[in-house]
Design a protein around this ligand. Sequence first.
Ligand SMILES: Cc1ncc(COP(=O)(O)O)c(C=O)c1O
Length: 405
Amino acid sequence: MANQQSPSASQQHIMGVYNRAPLAFERGEGARLFSTDGEAYLDCVAGISTDGLGHAHPALVKALKDQGEKLWHVSNIFRIPQQEALADKLCAATFADVVFFGNSGTEAIECALKTARKYHAANGQPERIDIVGFDGSFHGRSYAAVNASGNAAYLEGFGPRLPGYVQLKFGDFEALAEAVKSPTCAGVIVEPVQGEGGARALSEAQLVELRRLCTEAGVLLIFDEVQCGMGRTGKLFAYEWADGVAPDIMAVAKALGGGFPIGACLATAEAAKGMTVGAHGSTFGGNPLAMAVGLAAFGEINTPELLDNVKTVAGYFTQQLNGLKDRFPDIVADVRGKGLLIGVKLIPNNREFMALARDQKLLVAGGGDNCVRLLPPLNLTLDEAQEAIAKFELACEAARKAAAA
Ligand SMILES: Cc1ncc(COP(=O)(O)O)c(C=O)c1O
């Protein structure tokens, strides 16, 4: 199954931190990816929730080309009109008053954590440094981010845990009520819908309770919408599903750039009050090229048509996948998630199932709790969704045969 025409002879000079599928692609069009050996795959990974508009979307390609011929990069020591325009749009569409742009989800998280601590320092309470996070969460790979998510596998071998990070069980509100009362608590970080953890969604009631507990305790609520934001759940941001719930700080990335690396930390003016000149910075963050693509992606995603499409296609997937769960109780244990962040908890090994799906020319992502995730482009058509389900069913049949063999 090795990719015959792989452009590189080996991976020997690539740091071995990924377990890669034996597959490389040379072209993409919408939800379709074409491998270097000429096969067409239906892409329900979308760069793990990043290619929100699929591949080679004409509006994004045009924005990239147009800006690419004018100006790629200037330092943030100058004003950048495209950055100001995207920040205006993000603030108009959300709770936020201000935005800091970086290049990745991890950088958005880094800024979010620093903003939370700096807020309390600005309030004369620098001892408030604790960030409360949840098991099964994923916030990125910087040292701060792995400490915030607390996943032992990502921490092992990197020396002592950083002080100021507290881990609770996902959804343990009793423990949370205690933790936020601590005089050293700075904030709570949570993904409204956990991505890597296996598409686990907090309920609307839980989001309301989370907001209430943080407000009462005077600590900041940070939403990590790197994976579940930018239309993925059928609203521009997942927190909008719960009435009256907004974070103080939010990390956004992935589909914000439609495949171009962009991260953004959004905050209220109050929460960002410690982030004054010199408190933070980035060389590349928010440069004209990235912002031109971000503006184009935002314009395409933040439309009723696109968000309605997510709801329609997600409804179809949920119904069909639950049908497969009934027909393949030996393969499918659970269907969960929100919108087009879909988790299918499997009985056979999820990695082996991903290979069986690839045999059917369907790409799905892995996830915690033995899930595979379906994270297709947000503009997937119902016909494509139908095709994805047909391929998924064939993979279920293959998994059943493999289990019987
Ligand atoms: C919820 C969440 N937060 C943060 C990150 C880190 O983003 P990046 O890989 O762009 O640094 C990810 C990446 O998968 C994520 O899913």
